[in-house]
Design a protein around this ligand. Structure first.
Ligand SMILES: [Zn+2]
Length: 307
């Protein structure tokens, strides 16, 4: 016999997939990619340099790049120093030979040395909002769900608290303490979405090493669980979830592929949470193999690393 809840979960997954595809075609996404392209992909050693000077840095760019993005570095902000290559033009004959050898168009310059240049984190700048792939949820349709989620997670041994969070995150899961923090002051729908996302991490990604090694997949799974659970409760978190999933997957095609790979884990986890927050009348069958696998994962011992 067909289980109607399975149909609803599958429908939610299809909606998520369609949303990801539609987003990739939108102006919002194009604006985001354009801004994204302005940020340099820093080398491994420069990334280490940035993090050693400013561990909380999220978006780093040079003074002029910030101006191009409509933002300016605040007066008095200290730069983060990284190493930039200095190019020198080759002599004409030498360039010709190198060009023949390499067949490329950078043959008329070569790196002669490195110098220190200053870059700045987005938190050190003011100005226009950067084009974002996600829109914060502002509705309050989910107001009664938050309490049920908190109770469900606490019963699973993972307490949820609402606190002030430094930085821009709306919430986090701390595997070492097996606890969840949701940012205070969020609109009810956003708070509920964030809580489900972090609860999904607490169920699926309790091992920090697995999380660190497969961060993109873990984020895609957690956000997809959030989308499916909210969809089941009649709340559309697409404005946030489509962009979040697509960004972490590295593009829409990759996201659709990863969704298919993780479909069973996503649905089993969503079902577990839906069951846990449902009144008896809505209770659905959760006794399948995927749920058991999820339970086994949740039982793993885990050291530190926030997610
Ligand atoms: Zn996450």
């Amino acid at each position: 016999m067909e289980n109607p809840t399975t149909d609803r979960l599958t429908a939610a997954m299809s909606t998520l997939e369609a949303g990801i595809k539609a987003l990739a075609d939108s102006d919002q996404w194009r604006r985001f990619l354009k801004a994204q392209a302005a940020f340099h992909a820093y080398s491994y050693s420069n990334t280490l340099l940035i993090l050693s000077q400013k561990p909380e840095a999220t978006r780093v760019a040079g003074f002029r790049t910030w101006l191009k993005l409509g933002r300016h570095v605040r007066k008095g902000e200290r730069g983060i120093f990284i190493l930039a290559p200095v190019f020198a033009r080759r002599k004409a004959e030498e360039a010709q030979q190198v060009q023949k050898d390499a067949g490329d168009d950078v043959a008329d310059s070569r790196v002669v040395c490195f110098r220190l240049v200053a870059v700045f984190d987005v938190a050190q700048t003011d100005g226009e909002d950067l084009p974002a792939p996600v829109q914060k949820l502002t509705g309050d349709t989910a107001s009664d769900l938050f309490g049920r989620l908190v109770a469900f997670s606490a019963a699973n041994g993972c307490p949820v608290t609402v606190e002030h969070i430094a930085g821009s995150a709306y919430g986090f899961y701390a595997p070492r303490d097996h606890r969840i923090v949701v940012r205070e002051g969020l609109a009810p729908d956003q708070a509920v979405k964030t809580a489900v996302h972090e609860i999904a991490h607490s169920i699926l990604h309790r091992d920090p090493e697995v999380y660190a090694a497969h961060r993109g997949d873990c984020e895609l799974e957690a956000e997809s669980v959030a989308f499916v659970v909210l969809h089941h409760s009649g709340i559309d978190s697409g404005a946030y979830s489509f962009g979040y999933v697509t960004t972490w997957a590295g593009g829409d095609e990759e996201a659709v592929k990863a969704l298919k790979t993780s479909a069973a884990r996503i649905q089993a986890t969503a079902r577990k949470i839906i069951d846990g927050i449902s009144t008896d009348a809505e209770h659905c069958d959760a006794g399948d193999e995927e749920t058991l696998r999820t339970d086994a994962l949740a039982g793993q011992a885990a050291p530190a690393v926030a997610g």
